[in-house]
Ligand binder design. Structure first.
Ligand SMILES: Nc1nc2c(ncn2[C@@H]2O[C@H](COP(=O)(O)OP(=O)(O)OP(=O)(O)O)[C@@H](O)[C@H]2O)c(=O)[nH]1
Ligand SMILES: [Mg+2]
Length: 243
């Protein structure tokens, strides 16, 4: 199966070449970089990669308001209209998501509609995160699980593979959330659509280069979105989840 990997970037100059090189080592993979006018020149490096790997690397240069959720939506809409890849994946540029783990996600998509790379299933690991980040992430996942009733251990993970027909069912244009909440909202829609959701263990490594974009606004949104979803929840909408 052919896969397209969407990598959103904002100031990832030190990382983008490495991740692109590792992903493109697999001839079945194409890459879409969604850059938000990074002041550090990531967009120009991405353009260079697109000319070096013509036909396999696409760059979307966003204009207007910067945002991770909007970047994913733009990348996904572009993928659905311009590529015929069977699987559409999402990964961070900062090498926290290891390209070496991707083949297991792709393989799991044989029996699932959405595969989530999970830190919190057996075999999953987090490397070099300070204790407070682990606690925040663990708490966030419990909180979201309680409110949404989605039986997913790592619902905020941004390392995912979607089967094309499942992604086509998600109302991308209507999504409003941006940070971790974006991953939650997408999972919620997948569950509603009856998608088979699988989690496969990954090793998540704290970024070594560049800066985190985690903000207070992103955390506030992550608190509010599950409440909004809980209010919209209807009986019988639980996702079927296989681990
Ligand atoms: N296009 C775009 N990409 C973004 C934006 N914010 C973050 N990103 C990218 O999204 C991915 C995840 O962002 P990170 O800053 O690593 O956020 P995080 O993984 O939640 O936090 P840390 O790993 O702790 O730094 C990275 O590839 C970023 O470059 C944005 O506003 N627009
Ligand atoms: Mg990161």
């Amino acid at each position: 199966m052919r896969a397209l990997v969407i990598v959103p970037t904002y100031n990832e100059r030190e990382n983008i070449r490495t991740i692109a090189g590792e992903l493109l080592a697999d001839p079945e993979i194409e890459l879409t970089i969604v850059d938000d006018r990074s002041p550090d020149g990531t967009g120009a490096i991405a353009d260079g990669l697109a000319s070096e790997h013509a036909g396999r690397v696409t760059v979307i240069h966003r204009t207007g308001t910067r945002g991770l959720g909007r970047s994913y939506v733009d990348g996904m809409q572009h993928a659905l209209t311009h590529s015929d890849a069977d699987l559409i994946c999402q990964m961070d540029a900062d090498l926290s998501h290891l390209p070496a783990d991707l083949p297991r996600l792709l393989a799991a998509a044989a029996d699932a509609d959405l595969v989530i790379g999970s830190r919190y299933v057996r075999g999953g690991r987090v490397v070099n995160w300070p204790k407070r980040r682990v606690l925040l992430s663990t708490f966030a996942n419990r909180y979201v699980r309680l409110l949404t009733r989605l039986d997913v251990r790592d619902i905020t993970s941004g390392f995912r593979c979607w089967r094309r027909p499942t992604l086509e069912q998600i109302p991308l244009a209507g999504l409003r959330s941006d940070g971790y909440a974006f991953q939650v909202e997408m999972t919620w829609h997948a569950g509603r659509a009856g998608a088979r959701i699988a989690e496969v263990p990954i090793t998540f490594v704290e970024r070594r280069q560049g800066k985190s974009k985690l903000s207070g606004r992103v955390i506030a949104e992550s608190v509010l979105l599950p409440l909004r979803l809980a209010m919209r929840r209807l009986p019988g909408n639980r996702a079927r989840c296989t681990i």
